[in-house]
Design a protein around this ligand. Structure first.
Ligand code: ADP
Ligand code: NA
Length: 330
């Protein structure tokens, strides 16, 4: 295998991924299969840092995996697995936590952001150390690159620092990964507040289009998307964020350029744009929904695919862990 290896994970923290996840991340996961040796995991260990319900987690892990398959992650082409099926993640995370400085971990800004609401004293130690688990996720597979958005860059830096530190202290075991800032992925905004990114933690579900939303629901959300009092369909994210967001989604799902779209809607109103966009979105989601349902209707097949993925992942992960343990003196 000469293609560069990448590792990417997504948390099973909702019953459906949303259009932002799809257009900003998952669609790129699918296309990277052409150029990279891809390891993709549903990171359920990361989903328990802030309290959770076991049955909900179990359901979301399965529906997340089903959606990854449905959007086009090919289990023949990529290694698709659930993180908790590969115990080496937690084992290696312990090793890395012992070579991470307390101050160094304290400088991870996401802990400050995520613990802000409940306060540090009420946060779990797992929330504090989760960047170290993320380092283990990456280096277990000797990943050359990690596709990340800007907000995760600090974590890739940590994985570089820690893997280099381990190699220098105990001997060369780990590939030092490079961040791979993904270009050309769309950033999608909340339909009700087009200045905020579409996020599962949005204040209103009306602002989010879920991949598993029914066509009626999608159409309703798009119809009531916040625009502005003007009439002109132009792409101007600063002054017309609502309309611009709709055009971004339209372009991303139809393959048409923004210029083509603004040309085609010259002289038409927001209502026309929204009506057509609802069809474009529903048409794009229909095959994903059908394939997701197919996996949910056949749990044995989903289990089989995930067991094969875990087996492939463990081959690599157990070899890496054995090499690391040997160097450490275990
Ligand atoms: P959420 O913000 O809903 O909690 P996550 O943080 O779990 O989403 O993100 C999972 C992946 O989806 C990440 O790679 C993230 O960059 C991408 N992503 C999330 N929301 C958006 C968005 N609105 N636009 C583009 N990409 C997004
Ligand atoms: Na998030």
């Amino acid at each position: 295998e000469t293609r560069p290896r990448v590792l990417s994970g997504i948390q099973p923290t909702s019953d459906s991924f949303h259009l932002g996840n799809y257009l900003g991340a998952l669609r790129n996961w699918v296309s990277m299969q052409q150029t990279h040796d891809c390891f993709y995991c549903v990171v359920d260990l990361h989903a328990i840092t802030a309290g959770h319900d076991p049955e909900t987690l179990r359901r979301r892990t399965r529906v997340s995996a089903a959606q990854l398959l449905a959007v086009g992650i090919d289990p023949q082409e990529s290694t698709l697995f659930v993180q908790s099926h590969v115990p080496e993640h937690a084992q290696l995370a312990w090793v890395f936590s012992c070579i991470t400085g307390f101050g160094e971990a304290s400088r991870m800004t996401q802990f400050k952001d995520k613990s802000a609401k409940g306060g540090v004293d009420r946060s779990s130690v797992g929330l504090f150390t989760y960047p170290i688990l993320q380092v283990a996720d990456i280096v277990l597979y000797q990943a050359d690159a990690v596709p990340v958005g800007e907000d995760q860059r600090q974590h890739v830096e940590l994985s570089r620092d820690l893997s280099q530190r381990f190699n220098n202290t105990f001997g060369p075991v780990f590939t030092v990964p490079k961040p791979y800032i993904v270009k050309e992925t769309a950033k999608i905004y909340d339909l009700q507040d087009p200045t905020a990114k579409m996020s599962k933690s949005a204040s209103s579900p009306a602002g989010i289009i879920d991949l598993l939303d029914e066509p009626n629901r999608t159409a309703k959300k798009i119809r009531s998307a916040v625009t502005d009092t003007g009439r002109e369909i132009v792409f101007d994210p600063e002054n017309k964020p609502g309309v611009s967001n709709l055009l971004t989604i339209y372009a991303a799902l139809s393959g048409r350029t923004i210029e083509d779209l603004t040309g085609a809607y010259d002289g038409k109103g927001y209502g026309d744009l929204k009506k057509d966009l609802a069809v474009v979105v529903s048409d794009a989601l229909a095959p994903i929904q059908k394939a997701t349902q197919g996996y949910l209707d056949d749990p044995a097949e989903l289990d089989r695919v995930l067991a094969i993925g875990a087996g492939k992942a463990r081959e690599v992960a157990s070899a890496t862990l054995a090499a690391a343990y040997d160097r450490i003196g275990f």
